[in-house]
Design a protein around this ligand. Structure first.
Ligand code: PMP
Length: 364
């Protein structure tokens, strides 16, 4: 069998090894149906048990009350960029506020603008998206249908330390790249959503947690798959659900609950992992230049630059040869990005830290 490297990809990303082993063990046949997850009906009792367990785990981990629906949808984060304005804008509230702290927030507002006149409540473009705003910086519209923000900008590695204050306006959060990395005060949110392929499972499913009273805004005129309310009414089984992806989300959430011991524990581990890399950057005498301002650093995506393009290429190539893979920054910004989601083992981050120290000693 091929030896596994420490994979720092931004997504699809590293999954817990115990989850992969369980998938492998169960791939020929699940105990009840004596067929694999890839071969059974999304309406079978076995899959019903799986999707219900996945939802229950998510509710338990985040303390989500019955005031919220939990949906499993296809189409990734990108489809949600369109579905959110389609469902949440109303005739009396035809506009929403967008807080832009990086590339994904920009992508989200681009889709929303096709459906209404959006208000940019804050835009960090002038400072190259290096930090998150304080509440007093936000130019919020009290009549907005919702306030949208991206709690962790995957490309820039910029993360909100806490939810922005949106007053009475529902807060809508794209948590695609940090969902479940720490406990959240869910009742602060109207809606929080995440594609699974970074912190929750494989590509193919997105998780949406939405306050039930917001579902009343969905119009009957919407195409059925685009309608949040229909998905909620039908338990995310309007059509053939992405069964394999939901099965892996169930296993990943089992791992968070049983092996890690919940999100408080996960958060301390994530803080310790990120600290190792940021300390290495800070003690490098400027050899490594972190992208984000210190107060806005992401615990999930550590983005930094080296003194030259040539050194950056050498760094990425030599790391790859040492089985520290997928460290190239996003094609739009370059540099190095180490994605260290929940499932990246502490040993992987230690190995990267040691590699960074060694590389700097050789080249500074
Ligand atoms: N939002 C964020 C914060 C992301 O990181 C990504 C994916 N990189 C997306 C949205 C888009 O997700 P998808 O590729 O599933 O459409």
């Amino acid at each position: 069998m091929t030896q596994r490297a420490y994979n720092f990809a931004a997504g699809p990303a590293t999954l817990p090894e115990t989850v992969l082993e369980q998938v492998q063990r169960e791939m020929m046949a699940l105990p009840g149906p004596k067929a694999s997850i890839l071969e059974i009906s999304h309406r079978s009792p076995t899959f019903k048990e799986i999707i219900e367990a996945a939802e229950k785990n998510i509710r338990t981990l985040l303390g989500i009350s019955d005031d919220y629906s939990v949906l499993f949808l296809q189409g990734g984060g990108r489809l949600l960029f369109s579905m959110i304005p389609m469902n949440l804008l109303t005739e009396s509230q035809p506009s929403a506020d967008y807080i832009l702290t990086g590339s994904w927030g920009k992508a989200a507002i681009k889709e929303a603008k096709k459906l209404g006149s959006m208000n940019v409540a804050w835009d960090g473009a002038d400072d190259k998206y290096t930090y998150t705003p304080s509440d007093t910086d936000l130019k919020l519209d009290p009549n907005a249908a919702y306030v949208h923000y991206t709690c962790n900008e995957t490309i820039e590695g910029v993360q909100f330390a806490a939810e922005p204050q949106a007053g009475q306006v529902p807060l809508v959060c794209d948590a695609s790249s940090d969902f479940m990395h720490k406990p959240l005060p869910i009742d602060r949110y109207g809606m929080i959503y995440a594609c699974a392929q970074k912190n929750m499972g494989p590509a193919g499913v997105s998780i949406v947690v939405v306050r039930k009273n917001l579902l009343e805004r969905s119009s009957d005129e919407l195409g059925s798959y685009l309608d949040f309310k229909l998905h909620a009414d039908q338990g995310s089984l309007m059509n053939t659900a992405p069964t394999f992806a939901i099965y892996v989300v169930r296993l990943v959430t089992d791992w968070l609950l049983n092996d890690i011991g919940g999100l408080d524990k996960m958060y301390s581990i994530n803080q310790a992992k990120a600290k190792m890399l940021y300390d290495t950057i800070d003690s490098s005498n400027g050899f490594y230049d972190g992208h984000a301002r210190k107060d806005s650093r992401s615990l999930m995506n550590v983005s930094f630059r080296l003194p030259s393009e040539e050194l950056t290429t050498q760094f990425i190539d030599q790391a790859d040869a040492a089985d520290l893979t997928a460290l190239a920054g996003h094609r739009s910004v370059g540099g190095v990005r180490a994605s260290i989601y929940n499932a990246m083992p502490v040993a992987g981050v230690e190995a990267l830290r040691d590699f960074m120290i060694d590389f700097r000693d050789k080249h500074a």
